[in-house]
Design a binder for this molecule. Structure first.
Ligand SMILES: [Zn+2]
Length: 868
C-alpha cells in the first residue's frame, strides 16, 4: 500500500471552503492493548459536517478500513490509499461513519503503547501535533476545521481512562469498562487526546475569587506510571500549576475554558510536552529519580507554564494553518520564562533563556535553512520541521523585544482583547498585531516586517575608546544585519540596555546602565562618555535578540574576572557572547576553554554552570583540532574533579560537577579512577547522592573509554531494569569504541523495527560518541541508505537516523574544510538528490553546515589568540 501522508496548504485551504465540521464521535476499543501480540485496535469515527460540493476526503492512517457509510449508504473504500479515504456523493448535511483498524505506535506518533519492564504494565497515550490524530480516527486533519468531539473509550476496567474532558458515564462488562467523556468545546484535531493505563493519580484543586466577585474552581490531576510514583512530587507540580492558573486568569482576563486540568507524565515522548486542553502530556524526563536540582525544577515549571499559556494561546485561539505555528509557540515559549519569574520561586529563569534557549535560535538562524519567524509552510513535512529554534526561541526573543518596545501592560492588554475577540476561532498574524497596536497606540507594521518577516541575526559590536584611566571617551554600537535569504540589509530597531562595568580590585562592579534605542548601522552612546568601561555589555538585561560581540578590552577582562559579576543574567550574556564567537571561529576553541577552566570553578548559578560545561564539551569535540582533544579532555577532567571537590555538600553545583566529570571521562581516560570511585562508593564526596541516573552517566563515561566490560554493563542493567535503565544501557553499550560495538549499534538502529524512539536516540548517539571513530565505510552506507530510511520510517524515526548518524569527522592536517571527504559526499548526495523530500534534504543540509562550521573552527583555531 502506498501512503501519501503529506498534505498541502493549498488543498487544505480548498477543503475548508467547501466543508464545515460540526461533531465527531470517536469510539475506540483498547481492551486488547495489554497483549503486546495484538498490533491494532478498532476505531470508529462518526463525523457530522456540511458540504458545498460533491466530493472531499477524510484523513486516516490505518492498517485497514473495515467499513464506511455516508448518510447510511455504504461507501466504497477500495480507493483508500493508506492516508486518505475519498468521500463522494456528499449532501448538504452529512454523517460519515468510518470503522478502521489502527496501529499501536512505538514511535510516539498517534497512540503510543508502552510496556513497563519493571512490572509489565501497559500504558497508552496519544500525541498528534501536527497531524497524527488520523492515526487514531478518521478526520479532517487541518487546524482550522474545528469541531466538538465526544470520545468513547473501552479499556481494562481497573485502568485510568482519560481524555481532555471529564468522564460523564461508564459501563462495565466483565473486566473492561466503556467510558464516555463530555463533549468538548470546538477544537482542532491535533489537540484532542486520550490516555489509558494503570497510571498513578494525584489530585488537587485550583480556586479563585475575582475582584468582580465571580469564582471558579478547577479540578487538577497529575499522573505518572505506577513504577515512577515514588519519584513523583505531585505537590510541587500542583503548586506551580496553581501559581500559573492564577497568573493567567488575571493577565488574560478570560476564564480557563476547558473544565478540568490534568497533567500526565509519559514515557518515550518525542518532545517536552503537548498542550492538549484538559489533558496536557509531558515527557517523563521531567521526573527525576534522584534529587532534582533547582535548574531541573525550573525547567519543568517553565514547560508547565508554556503549556498552560497554550490553553488560551493555541487552544482557545488557534493558528489557521501551520505557517502560524510561531504565533502560538513564540508566545507560549516567552510565557514559560516570564511567568516563572512573575509567579513562581524560579526568579532566575531569564538566565537560562539568555544563555541556553537563545543559543538554539542563534544556531538555527545561521543555518542555510533558516527562515523568517513568520514562515511560508506549503505542506505538512515543512510544518513538522518548523518546530525549531526559530519558531520557539527566536520568536520568543522577538516577542520579548516587543514587550520591551510596547511595554508589558500594553502587551497583556492586547492579549486580553485578542482572546476576547477570537475565542474558539482561528487567526493569523494580523489579528494579533491589530490588538497590540490598539493597546499600545503604536504602529507595528514596520516592526513586524523587520523582526518577523526577515531572517538572520543582527550583530551588535561595540567600538570603545578609552582614556589613560580606563574611562570611556567614545562608545559606538555598530549594527550589521543581512537577511541571508534576500541578501538585503535589515536595520532592526533594538530597545536595549548597555551595561558598563568597572574593575574594583578583582571584582567587576556596575558603573552605569544606559537604556536606548539602536536603530541604525551606527549608534553613538554619549551617556557612556566619562564612565569607567572595563567591561561593556551591549544588551545587558537581554531585551533584544542579537549576536553581541565583546570589544578587545572587555574580552581580556572577562577572561580574568567574568565570575565576579554579581548578576547571573549579565554573566549568562557574556558567556553567550563567548560561545557565539567560538562557533563563528572568531575566538579559538582553546581560548573559550581557557576561560571555562579559569571561571567555571567560581560560577555560582548551577544552571549556568551546566550550560557552560556542556558548551566546553562541545568546543572540545567539535571546534578543537583533533590533535588537541585528548589533552583538552584531560584538562576538563581536572576542572570538573576540582569543581566536585570544592562544591558545597548536597548542592546543585556538586551534582552538576559530578555529572560533567563523568561526561569528561568519556573524552579522556584520566578520569577513570574518579568515576570508578563514584560507582563503588570509595570516592564519593560528602553530600553527593550517586543516584541511578548519575550511575549511568558514569557507566557511559567508562564505556566510551573502553573501560567497562559488557558483563559490568549487564550487571548495571540488572540492577536498574527500568525503561530509563534500558535506554541508558543501550547508550553505554553503543558508546564503546570497538568496531564490533559500532557494527552492533548500526545494525540495531537501522534494521530492528522494534526499537522505540528513545532507544533509537541512544543507539545513534552511542554510535557517534566522539571517543570512537567508526569505520569510514559507514559514511558510504549512510548516504546510500538515506532515501530508503526516509521511505520506510515515520518522520520522527527517520529524522533521528538521518541527523544522528551523519558521519562527520575532523579536519586532517593541511585539509581545506570544503575538501573534507564527508563534506564532498554530502554535497554530492545533495546534488544527486534534488528531488528527495524537502524535509530529508533539510536535515542533510543542516548536518553538512554544522560540520563545515566545525571544520572551519578547527582550521582557524591556532591562528588567532584573544587580546591579553
Ligand atoms: Zn508549545
Amino acid at each position: 500500500m502506498t501512503e501519501n501522508t503529506n498534505l498541502t496548504h493549498a488543498e487544505c485551504q480548498a477543503r475548508a471552503t467547501t466543508v464545515a465540521v460540526r461533531t465527531y464521535r470517536v469510539e475506540l476499543d483498547l481492551a486488547g492493548a495489554p497483549d503486546p501480540s495484538v498490533p491494532t485496535f478498532r476505531s470508529r469515527s462518526t463525523i457530522t459536517f456540511t458540504a458545498e460540493n460533491d466530493a472531499t476526503w477524510v484523513d486516516l492512517i490505518a492498517e485497514r478500513v473495515v467499513s464506511a457509510t455516508l448518510n447510511d449508504a455504504p461507501l466504497d473504500v477500495s480507493a483508500y490509499d493508506g492516508a486518505r479515504l475519498p468521500v463522494t456523493g456528499l449532501a448538504a448535511e452529512n454523517e460519515l461513519v468510518v470503522e478502521a483498524d489502527c496501529v499501536y505506535s512505538r514511535s510516539g506518533e498517534g497512540l503510543h503503547r508502552f510496556t513497563d519492564p519493571v512490572d509489565d504494565q501497559t500504558y497508552l497515550y496519544t500525541h498528534f501535533e501536527p497531524t497524527d490524530a488520523r492515526r487514531l480516527f478518521a478526520n479532517f486533519e487541518q487546524p482550522d476545521l474545528k469541531a466538538r468531539f465526544t470520545f468513547v473509550v473501552t479499556a481494562p476496567a481497573d485502568w485510568e481512562i482519560l481524555s481532555g474532558q471529564p468522564e460523564v458515564s461508564r459501563t462495565t462488562s466483565g473486566s473492561t469498562a466503556t467510558v464516555t467523556f463530555a463533549e468538548t468545546p470546538p477544537l482542532s484535531t491535533y489537540i484532542t487526546a486520550i490516555a489509558a493505563g494503570p497510571y498513578f493519580r494525584a489530585e488537587d484543586t485550583w480556586r479563585t475569587t475575582r475582584a468582580d466577585g465571580s469564582t471558579q474552581e478547577i479540578a487538577l490531576g497529575a499522573f505518572c506510571r505506577r513504577s515512577m510514583a515514588e519519584h513523583f512530587h505531585a505537590e510541587e507540580i500542583f503548586t506551580v500549576t496553581q501559581q500559573g492558573l492564577s497568573f493567567f486568569d488575571r493577565e488574560f482576563g478570560y476564564p480557563y475554558p476547558w473544565g478540568k486540568y490534568d497533567q500526565i507524565y509519559v514515557p518515550e515522548y518525542n518532545l517536552g510536552a503537548m498542550e492538549n486542553p484538559g489533558l496536557v502530556t509531558f515527557t517523563e524526563t521531567y521526573l527525576h529519580r534522584g534529587t532534582a536540582t533547582l535548574d531541573q525544577q525550573e525547567r519543568r515549571s517553565n514547560t508547565t507554564m508554556h503549556e498552560m499559556a497554550h490553553m488560551w494561546f493555541g487552544d482557545l485561539v488557534t493558528p489557521r494553518w501551520w505557517d502560524g505555528l510561531w504565533l502560538k509557540e513564540s508566545f507560549a515559549d516567552l510565557m514559560g520564562y516570564d511567568v516563572n519569574v512573575a509567579a513562581t520561586e524560579y526568579k532566575n529563569a531569564w538566565t537560562t533563556f539568555a544563555c541556553g534557549r537563545k543559543a538554539w535560535a542563534y544556531r538555527q538562524d545561521q543555518l542555510p535553512t533558516t527562515h523568517p519567524v513568520v514562515a511560508t509552510i506549503d505542506d505538512l513535512e515543512a510544518a513538522r520541521q518548523n518546530f525549531d529554534g526559530i519558531t520557539y526561541a527566536k520568536g520568543a526573543s522577538a516577542l520579548k523585544q516587543l514587550m520591551a518596545y510596547v511595554g508589558r501592560e500594553a502587551f497583556f492588554a492586547g492579549s486580553r482583547e485578542y482572546f476576547a475577540t477570537h475565542a474558539y476561532g482561528s487567526t493569523e498574524l494580523d489579528d494579533l498585531l491589530v490588538c497590540l497596536e490598539r493597546a499600545s497606540g503604536r504602529d507595528l507594521k514596520e516592526w513586524s516586517q523587520v523582526w518577523l518577516e526577515t531572517a538572520g541575526i543582527s550583530e551588535l559590536t561595540p567600538e570603545v575608546e578609552h582614556d589613560g584611566e580606563g574611562r570611556i571617551t567614545r562608545l559606538t554600537i555598530v549594527q550589521s544585519a543581512t537577511d541571508p535569504l534576500t541578501g538585503e540589509d535589515v536595520a532592526r530597531p533594538h530597545r536595549l540596555v548597555v551595561g558598563l562595568y568597572e574593575l574594583v580590585g578583582d571584582e567587576l562592579r556596575p558603573a552605569r546602565s544606559i537604556e536606548l534605542d539602536v536603530t541604525d548601522g551606527r549608534t553613538e552612546v554619549p551617556d557612556a562618555v566619562g564612565v569607567p568601561g572595563a567591561l561593556v555589555v551591549v544588551n545587558d538585561e537581554d531585551l533584544t535578540y542579537a549576536k553581541v560581540r565583546l570589544d578587545e578590552v572587555s574580552l581580556a577582562v572577562a577572561r580574568e574576572h567574568l565570575s565576579s559579576l554579581e548578576s547571573n543574567l549579565t554573566r549568562a550574556l557574556v558567556w553567550s557572547s563567548l560561545w557565539n564567537a567560538t562557533r563563528d571561529a572568531l575566538l579559538p576553541a582553546s581560548a573559550f576553554l581557557d576561560i571555562v577552566h579559569a571561571q567555571a570553578g567560581t560560577e555560582r548559578d548551577a544552571a549556568l554552570l551546566a550550560i557552560v560545561l556542556e558548551q566546553a564539551r562541545g568546543a572540545i569535540v567539535r571546534y578543537l583540532p583533533e590533535g588537541e582533544r585528548a589533552a583538552a579532555g584531560a584538562r576538563l577532567v581536572d576542572t570538573t574533579r576540582a569543581g566536585l571537590r570544592a562544591a558545597a555538600p548536597g548542592s546543585d553545583a556538586q551534582q552538576t560537577w559530578a555529572k560533567y566529570l563523568a561526561h569528561a571521562t568519556g573524552l579522556s581516560g584520566s578520569g577513570l579512577d574518579d568515576v570508578r570511585g563514584l560507582l563503588d562508593g570509595s570516592a564519593v564526596p560528602e553530600g553527593l547522592t550517586v543516584d541511578a541516573d548519575l550511575r549511568w552517566e558514569c557507566w557511559q563515561g567508562l564505556a566510551a573509554q573502553d573501560a567497562a566490560t559488557l558483563a559490568e554493563l549487564d550487571a548495571a542493567l540488572a540492577a536498574d531494569d527500568t525503561m530509563t535503565g534500558r535506554t541508558a544501557y543501550l547508550l553505554a553499550r553503543a558508546s564503546r569504541p570497538a568496531a564490533e560495538a559500532k557494527d552492533e549499534a548500526w545494525e540495531r538502529a537501522t534494521t530492528d523495527g522494534q526499537v522505540t524512539n528513545d532507544q533509537l536516540r541512544s543507539l545513534v548517539h552511542g554510535f557517534n560518541h566522539p571517543s570512537g571513530s567508526p569505520d569510514p565505510s559507514y559514511a558510504d552506507r549512510y548516504f546510500e541508505a538515506l532515501t530508503e530510511w526516509w521511505r520506510t520510517h515515520t518522520m520522527t524515526m527517520a529524522g533521528i537516523l538521518v541527523a544522528g548518524l551523519y558521519p562527520g569527522g575532523a579536519l586532517a592536517a593541511g585539509q581545506e574544510p570544503e575538501r573534507h571527504p564527508v563534506v564532498l559526499q554530502a554535497q554530492e548526495w545533495l546534488d544527486g538528490h534534488a528531488d528527495a523530500p524537502k524535509a530529508l534534504r533539510r536535515i542533510v543540509v543542516e548536518s553538512l553546515d554544522d560540520h563545515l562550521r566545525a571544520l572551519r573552527a578547527q582550521r582557524k583555531a591556532p591562528v588567532q589568540q584573544p587580546a591579553a
